[in-house]
Design a protein around this ligand. Structure first.
Ligand SMILES: Nc1ncnc2c1ncn2[C@@H]1O[C@H](COP(=O)(O)OP(=O)(O)O)[C@@H](O)[C@H]1O
Ligand SMILES: Nc1ccn([C@H]2C[C@H](O)[C@@H](COP(=O)(O)OP(=O)(O)O)O2)c(=O)n1
Ligand SMILES: [Mg+2]
Length: 236
């Protein structure tokens, strides 16, 4: 995103701090004023990408909305992209619907293609990719197609009973928000998603967030983690 210039770091730090505490408007102003005033700062060619992981109902979508408001990311939910494919009667629609009803994972090439198209259309240099990768196969397909690893991985750690309670009271009319499918999704989460989380933990990219408490309490933890990761990227 930006190249590091040592003499600017304290000015930038106060801009970043102001942005993190004042919301998206200030964040964007802080960055755009830095961008025009500071010679030697250039946009890096690849965007800042954060994967957002956690079991069903762990709060990924809720926290992504707050990250967007505060830090100006573009939010891409893999589940939403797949549901849009179903709604648009695309050739893969019925296969995707059957897979989601069963709580299973849609073939990676379908999901990665949707994510790639959304990133290209997104015209931003910060993306949240929510609910992806959900398996090692998802992860490998993304790295192959996009040719990059994420800058950070947020993981919402939440007890199963709390996740089940939240999913069953979500009330968005989703075909997979029922007890039978939730049990299958939790099994898929442990078997396929947890190894991906472990992979990023070993790589030092994982930011594990306690997903219990109110949405605002959780966001206080998220805000610090995102802020730190943006700073790290800045300093690279
Ligand atoms: N901290 C929280 N406490 C209680 N309910 C929550 C909390 N965060 C989210 N919810 C609610 O739980 C449900 C699942 O949250 P959501 O953000 O959709 O999770 P995910 O995307 O991980 O499945 C939604 O109805 C949401 O409003
Ligand atoms: N990478 C992904 C993401 C979602 N899916 C499918 C399978 C998931 O159970 C559903 C719903 O995903 P979504 O992220 O919207 O679900 P939650 O927000 O975790 O409740 O979509 C997938 O096959 N591959
Ligand atoms: Mg979600």
């Amino acid at each position: 995103m930006w190249r590091r210039v040592a003499s600017l770091s304290s000015a930038l730090e106060s801009d970043l701090m102001q942005a993190a505490t004042c919301g998206a408007g200030a964040w964007q102003r802080a960055f755009s004023s830095t961008q025009v005033e500071v010679e030697g700062f250039e946009r890096k060619s690849h965007p800042f990408v954060a994967f957002v992981l956690g079991g069903p109902g762990s709060g990924k979508g809720t926290q992504c909305m707050k990250i967007v408001e505060t830090f100006g990311f573009t939010h891409l939910s893999a589940g939403d992209l797949l549901r849009k494919e179903i709604a648009s009667n695309s050739e893969n629609g019925s296969m995707i619907l059957d897979t989601i009803k069963e709580g299973k994972i849609v073939p990676s090439e379908v999901t990665v293609r949707l994510i790639q198209a959304a990133m290209e259309a997104g015209r931003n240099d910060r993306f949240l990719i929510d609910g992806f990768p959900r398996s090692e196969e998802n992860r490998a397909a993304y790295e192959r197609v996009i040719g990059a690893e994420p800058d950070m991985v947020l993981f919402f750690d939440c007890p199963e009973n709390e996740m089940v309670k939240r999913v069953l009271s979500r009330n968005e009319g989703r075909v997979d928000d029922n007890m039978d499918t939730v049990k299958k999704r939790l099994r898929v989460f442990s078997e396929l998603n947890l190894p991906v989380i472990e992979h990023y933990s070993i790589k030092g990219k994982l930011r594990k967030i306690d997903g219990t408490g109110s949405a605002d309490e959780i966001f206080e933890r998220v805000r610090s983690a995102v802020f730190a990761a943006l700073r790290e990227r800045e300093e690279r």
